[in-house]
Design a binder for this molecule. Structure first.
Ligand SMILES: [Mg+2]
Ligand SMILES: [Zn+2]
Length: 233
């Protein structure tokens, strides 16, 4: 019997959902939490203006901050667990993505050793994470520039999240969820941006449209109406 020829499957996920970690998946930026407790408190606030204006890069700020941090790995992880908190609905967003065949990637300028623990607590240790890393000891902290390699960004001139997203992006509709400076260049690649806090302020200034969100239930609600999302009735 003549059937319909099978099309070779080269199915691309309908959505690529890139989600920032610090201040997005977590309520408080874990880098700030760590520096405030184990480094020089208030240093982020001092550096913030130079960072926002672009006089200092995210990496330079991190180097300056973490040069002051002396704490053992376990103490850092315990502190983050106690103080960072997670934004409601992230596990639901992951469940939504997995049920719909979407790809979700955590895109962080922060530290894998912290991210893995927080995601583990949410039962999400299996997620794809692009991040840097740090080795925490009581004698000092060593930053490990991890996954953000390759070409420098044509916008900021750094190895920001933009390249890592491009490497993973094919034809899917790209969704970006973030809150801060490290999300700026990457968010501009997205078909839809969900933004809050400093990222939202910057996008307003740049006249780039975005959807504000408070938690991941807001994100899911909007994604359910996305043209690339067809959910079983
Ligand atoms: Mg952030
Ligand atoms: Zn960039």
């Amino acid at each position: 019997m003549d059937g319909i020829p099978l099309v070779p499957s080269c199915v691309v996920a309908p959505l690529l959902i890139a989600v920032d970690f610090d201040g997005t998946i977590t309520l408080r930026d874990t880098l700030h939490v760590i520096v405030d407790a184990h480094g020089r408190p208030g240093l982020w606030d001092q550096i913030e203006p130079a960072l926002r204006s672009g006089e200092m890069t995210v990496e330079e700020a991190m180097q300056t901050q973490f040069a002051t941090v002396t704490a053992a790995h376990d103490d850092v992880v315990a502190l983050v667990r106690e103080q960072a908190g997670t934004r409601p609905g992230f596990a639901d967003l992951v469940a939504f993505a997995e049920a719909g065949g979407h790809r979700l990637v955590v895109m962080s300028a922060g530290f894998r050793c912290v991210i893995d623990e927080v995601l583990g607590d949410l039962g999400l240790r299996h997620l794809e994470v692009v991040a840097n890393d740090a080795i925490f000891t009581t004698g000092g902290c060593t930053l490990v520039w991890g996954d953000h390699r390759g070409d420098t960004c044509e916008i900021c001139g750094r190895r920001c999240k933009r390249h890592a997203i491009r490497e993973r992006h094919a034809d899917e509709r790209l969704i970006y969820v973030g809150d801060g400076i490290s999300d700026r260049c990457a968010s501009l690649l997205a078909d839809q941006i969900f933004a809050r806090d400093g990222l939202a302020e910057w996008l307003v200034q740049e006249d780039v449209p975005f959807v504000p969100y408070e938690d991941f239930h807001d994100v899911i609600r909007v994604l359910r109406t996305d043209p690339a999302v067809v959910e079983a009735a």
